[in-house]
Design a protein around this ligand. Structure first.
Ligand code: NDP
Length: 330
């Protein structure tokens, strides 16, 4: 059987390239479940993998795509049977195991989670790894004990995938959200998603003081670098920061002052190896707590063939919200 996929490979001159290519099912990797993929997405990490801007891909050739939703076609795993509707995020898929920007995928059944009631395959990938990571961040702030009356929540990288879904979730949960963006022209859009206030990311992206005015009770940060350091410095006494991203940089040029003088807690959020019960909880919560009309408003759809251009666009900061990939359209 032949199917279409975005394949990342190195040519005879070791030049990195990604292209839409037909593959036969013999090219599928090892695994006990074969899934007919319906939708995938372009996350920031897919952008890095497809363009080769960071060493995300560790095996060549490899089908790109760190997530997908679809229907089980074959299974020798006890938990799954043909017809089951499933989601996959992470576990090294799209990095060291062929991934979801494809019409067919083969993975370990242990990596799959069921599509929760209330979401269809397209909505699941409109959420994608970015949205599921936003939910993991929100859950970390909730576990810390933060409640809407404790104060504002800062969301950085607000126009991006993690940012837009975090704003939508937090506002539906009753929090007052401060959205930090470099795209202030998107202020109205961010307010429609639920931001109470929009600030220019320039306020946070340069070197700052070890401690600043206490401005927010919690933070969802997908940006890292000086932005994360300043976000910690502006967090209220005993507040919490959930750090999941590095869009500005991987460095963390801050001080311990917020932690030792204000009792601020910094939570690291990893979606790739997150344990299964946490994943299931996050997906159930997304089905319950995300406003699907807002999800649609922050999503646009591309074909499998257009996914390569979308990968370049996400790294250039040209994507607003989320990109869902309809893999049935080549
Ligand atoms: P997006 O590109 O959709 O969003 C990132 C946003 O960050 C941009 O939209 C932009 O927001 C802001 N940004 C970009 N460049 C800069 C910069 N130089 N300085 C300050 N802000 C910047 O990506 P995603 O939402 O998909 O992912 C966000 C981050 O989270 C990435 O680093 C990604 O790798 C990470 N991530 C981590 C996961 C984990 O498991 N820990 C899982 C998923 C994502 P604006 O235009 O509004 O300023």
């Amino acid at each position: 059987m032949s199917f279409q996929a975005i394949v990342i490979d190195k040519d005879e001159n070791a030049r990195y390239r990604a292209e839409l290519r037909p593959l036969s099912d013999q090219a599928l990797p090892e695994g006990d479940v074969t899934v007919g993929v319906q939708y995938s997405t372009i996350n920031y990490k897919d952008g890095l993998a497809i363009t080769g801007k960071a060493p995300v891909v560790r095996k060549f050739p490899l089908v790109a795509g760190i997530d997908f939703s679809g229907v089980v076609e074959q299974s020798s795993h006890p938990a799954w049977k043909p017809g089951d509707r499933v989601i996959l995020n992470g576990w090294g898929v799209g990095e060291s195991h062929s991934g979801g920007l494809s019409q067919l995928a083969r993975v370990k059944g242990d990596w799959l989670v069921p599509l929760p009631d209330g979401l269809n395959a397209r909505q699941a990938m409109a959420i994608g790894t970015a949205g599921y990571t936003a939910m993991l961040c929100v859950m970390a702030l909730e576990r810390h004990g933060l409640k809407p009356h404790d104060g504002d929540i800062l969301v950085t990288g607000a126009s991006g995938g993690v940012g837009t879904i975090a704003i939508s979730l937090l506002s539906k949960l009753g929090f007052r959200v401060l959205a930090s963006t470099g795209r202030t022209a998107e202020a109205d859009f961010l307010k429609q998603l639920g931001a109470a206030e929009v600030i220019d990311r320039a306020e946070l992206s340069s070197p700052g003081k070890p401690l600043g005015k206490e401005r927010w009770a919690g933070v969802v940060d997908s940006v890292g670098s000086h932005t994360l350091a300043n976000a910690c410095a502006g967090t209220r006494y005993r507040g919490a920061v959930a750090a999941c991203g590095l869009a500005q940089g991987m460095d963390f040029p801050g001080s311990v002052a917020p932690f030792i003088l204000r009792g601020v807690t910094l939570y690291g959020i990893d979606s790739v190896m997150a344990p299964k019960p946490l994943r299931r909880e996050a997906w159930m919560r997304l089905a319950r707590d995300l406003d699907l009309a807002k999800l649609e408003a922050l999503t646009h759809e591309v074909t499998l063939g257009e996914a390569i251009k979308a990968a370049e666009d996400i790294l250039a900061g040209r994507i607003r919200g989320r990109v869902v990939v309809d893999v049935s359209r080549g």
